[in-house]
Structure formats: structure tokens, C-alpha cells
Ligand binder design. Sequence first.
Ligand code: PLP
Length: 393
Amino acid sequence: MKHNISTDCIHAGEDRVKPHDSITTPIFQSATFVFNNSEDIRRYTQKEHFRYEYGRYGNPTQRAAEKKLAILGGAESAVLFASGMSAIINTLLAVLKAGDHMIITDDAYGKTLAFVKSWLPNWGINTTIVKMDDYNAIEKAIKHNTRMFFSESPTNPYLNIMDFSKLRDIKSRHPEILVISDSTFATPYNQKPLELGADIVIHSATKYLSGHNDILAGVVLGSEKLVEEIVGFQKIMGGVIDPHCAYLLIRGLKTFSVRMERLNSSGEKVARWLESHPKIRRCYYPSLESHPHHDVAKREMNGYGAVSTFELEGDLEDSNRLLDNLKLCYIGPSLGGCETLITHPATVTYYNCTREERYELGILDNLFRLSVGLEDPEDIIADLDQAIKAVFK
Ligand SMILES: Cc1ncc(COP(=O)(O)O)c(C=O)c1O
């Protein structure tokens, strides 16, 4: 029977009757699964009977989480990894071969860009980096050996939005190219890229999916055939999720739709407050009419998440003072958890770049990324308000 997303968050992927009639899927904290006799081995190797063998090849807790995520993302299949980066790298290495070419958008996650720039060429795979919303440049970059187009949406830190209708158009002329979307910022609550034309979707499940800032995990969603290819590579590469983490992910997913409903609404409320504040020069959030991709977001997304990016009316010193005066919001990387987190990319992520290098990438001295958490939005606003007042007193 088909259910709505909140019901799927609770029940999908998990067996109705679990060991010892437990209501929760247990943590199978086991690295190996034993055979009872030679007949057991025969039936397993002849594929007459599905069972587990060794932790790197799968685990029942992991499997339940994967089935839940596949249903939430509208995918045939899913595979979990130890982190979002592990999911991304395993996917690229499983799909690409020496001599292949890929295209990636310029505001993809920094470590993904670092991998394709600094490591993929070692395996004879070259990459063209194109501007996120330049669809002519994307099509022009396609060569005879282009195998993959990799993008993210929304992106970090400016929350740029991919126009999937334009991508579908390009793909209609180049059906051989795999479209991969890192949908960490969107989540399956706000967008299902597989339904919009992507072949593979990747999430850092460290963020909204697990939702509690307490695990690292990554997931790849796609057709059975593609996921099987990636699983084949994972069986060799490793990078598997630990069973306890898989359990915490299932636990986090139970409240995923409730959290997202609240995070979407709080994210918007705080973004609108920031936009109207006289000491905030600019706020980027896709539901704001001022966002350059507002129309695409409205057309293709069901909600916009809890991350907004803003420029303070001030310099680097003022920006440091803002951080120093926060009393509720935590200062730190990541997003999508219960606690509101603020990052100052200029002094954290890009601390070893010169000011010129940072400005080239749009990382201004006064730029902040805010991941609104599950606290009362009025309390988050009050904290930001008192910190801004302290900067300019
Ligand atoms: C968009 C995006 N993709 C991938 C990753 C990597 O995920 P993880 O930290 O789980 O390895 C991140 C991490 O911040 C991210 O923001």
C-alpha cells in the first residue's frame, strides 16, 4: 500500500515483525554472519536464499535504512556509506573509467571539487568546471567521451538552484550522459531529483536526513542497475556505514518529515527577518523574491530548507564581533541538525585563501551561512538581533 511521507518515515523499509517482536529495527552490531552448515553455503552461493555474510557486503540494520531512504527518495534502490564524501567518491570511481570526461558545476561542495580537480586526473579522468546556471556552457562542455554531469542544488553558500527542465532538455540530446545530483541541501522532502531527470542522487545523510548532528553518513539513490554497480565497488573499497550509525539514521528518519516541515517554516521566517533588517545588506534564501533562482525554486521545489546566507553591513572586524556576541546559535560547520549553526566562510572554510582569492569565489568578509535549527524561530531571531545590536552599539 502507498503511504504519505510522514508514514513512510516511520514504517517504510523496516520489517513489520522484527526479531523478538521488538518495535524498533535492532542494531545488528556484527561484522560477520555465520553459516550453519554446507547446505546453507550452497543455497547462499547459488542465490537460492538471501542472507548476510560479511559486514563490508551489507548488514540488516543498514539494509532497513537503505530501503527507507529509497522509498523516501522515489528510487528503486539505495546504498549507504560512511559519509557523504565516501558516497560521492565511491560513485565517481565506480562509474568513471580512464579516458572518461565529466562536467561539474563551479559551486559544488568544496571537497567534491577538490577531488575532481586534484585526484581524478591521476586516474586519467578529466573534468570541465562550468558556471552553475550557464546551461549553454554545460552543453558546450560536452565532448565525445563525456560520461557524467555532476551538480548540486541548492548550492553552498548562495543557494543556487538547478533548473532540471533545462537539464532534461540537454539530456534529450545527450542521453548517454549520467546526471548526478547532490541533493543534500534539498532533501527528498523538498525535491526528488530522480523524478526530475537525474539518474543518481546523493545525499550527505550527516545533515537533514539523520538530523541530530550526531553521525556521519552518505547515501546514493538510483536504479537497481546503477546502484548495484556502485555496491560492487563499495564491496571492494569499503566505506560502509557502521550498524550503530545506520540505527541512528533510522531513528532520525522517523521524525524527518516533522523536522522538515518545521525547518522549512523557521528557515523562511528567519530569512525574511534577515532580509528586512537594516544592518543586513543582502540575504539569500530561495523563497525570497530577490533570490536569482526564486522562480525555478518555486517551480521545482516543495520547500526551501533551513539554510540562508547573508551579508552583514560591516567589515571583517564587525563580522567577528557578530560571532562573539551570539548566545544561542552555535558557531560551526554543517547544517540540517536540531541546533542552529552559523558559519563564517571567510575565517573558517577559506581561512588559508588570500582575500583576493576568496572574493573571486564570492566569499566576502561579511558573509555568513546560517543553518536554522529546531529551536523556536523567535528565539533564534532574538539571538541574532541582540548580536547585531552589540556589533553596532
Ligand atoms: C552538499 C554537500 N555534499 C557533500 C558533503 C559531504 O558530506 P559528509 O560531510 O557527510 O562527508 C557535504 C558536507 O558538508 C555537503 O554540504
